[in-house]
Write a protein that binds this ligand. Sequence first.
Ligand SMILES: CC(C)(COP(=O)(O)OP(=O)(O)OC[C@H]1O[C@@H](n2cnc3c(N)ncnc32)[C@H](O)[C@@H]1OP(=O)(O)O)[C@@H](O)C(=O)NCCC(=O)NCCS
Length: 262
Amino acid sequence: MKTASEPCVWQSIRETAQHHVNSEPMLGSFLYATILNHEHFEDAVSYHLAGKLDFGSLRGMQLRDIIDTAFKGDPKICEAIQADIIAVRDRDAAVDCCLVPLLYLKGIHALATYRVANWLWKEGRHLLAVHLQNLMSEGFAVDIHPAATIGKGILMDHATSVVIGETAVVGDNVSMLHEVTLGGTGKQTGDRHPKVRSGVLLGAGAKVLGNVEIGEGAKIGAGSVVLTNVPAHCTYAGVPATLVGKPDSAEPSLDMNHGIDI
Ligand SMILES: CC(C)(COP(=O)(O)OP(=O)(O)OC[C@H]1O[C@@H](n2cnc3c(N)ncnc32)[C@H](O)[C@@H]1OP(=O)(O)O)[C@@H](O)C(=O)NCCC(=O)NCCS
């Protein structure tokens, strides 16, 4: 695990961008357009995300308007995006700053899109929320239903093929790798998706199916198929997943230790 959280994410992003304007001048106009021309974090996120989602069905200006409206409607959205960026900076061994997640990592782009879509969903604007879900899925290969409930400080590492269903719940400070599914079994209706509590680490390709609970601080091995509740602070792995050990820390999502820890 890398060191503690940044007190001021936006200041740190701007300083890193300014550094790279000097060290990599070819990216200067891109860094000014995305970061340095903006006074506030919110403005930079809405500018960049709108550009990422502009595939033609909604123009960049329309998307920016939607995103800005959501940010004004609920300031906690941007707090959550900042917590997600810090989560990447602190837990992803390949990242050492807050600029890279904001500019380049589609886990952050997908989560930010979900957070806007979730706000629209709660405002009753379901079709526009699903429209954003579709743009997220086509653009980032991540499919999160706008009605899902997701906390803050989420690391979605690599992110490709992550699927999170309509009634899924994900607590704070959860880490998940690519190809994780929080899906239904196809046999239940209504509240039919997993409830993942805080501090959980979900390995690459883990399939959690049905309205099962993954208890706080649990760890799920890569490629597992989880069909039952998993008690807090236990490690489950296999197909179907069974108890194989206990994590050696209270929140395995934070230290990203992928071992079984028997
Ligand atoms: C639906 C499903 C979970 C199994 O339902 P089911 O047929 O009622 O089976 P059960 O849950 O009763 O399980 C029967 C046995 O098969 C095992 N099993 C179930 N699904 C399994 C799977 N995917 N892989 C390996 N074993 C599996 C169970 O552990 C159980 O073993 P046991 O009898 O030794 O305890 C499974 O068929 C499945 O994976 N469906 C696809 C769901 C999906 O893709 N959802 C994603 C939506 S986004």
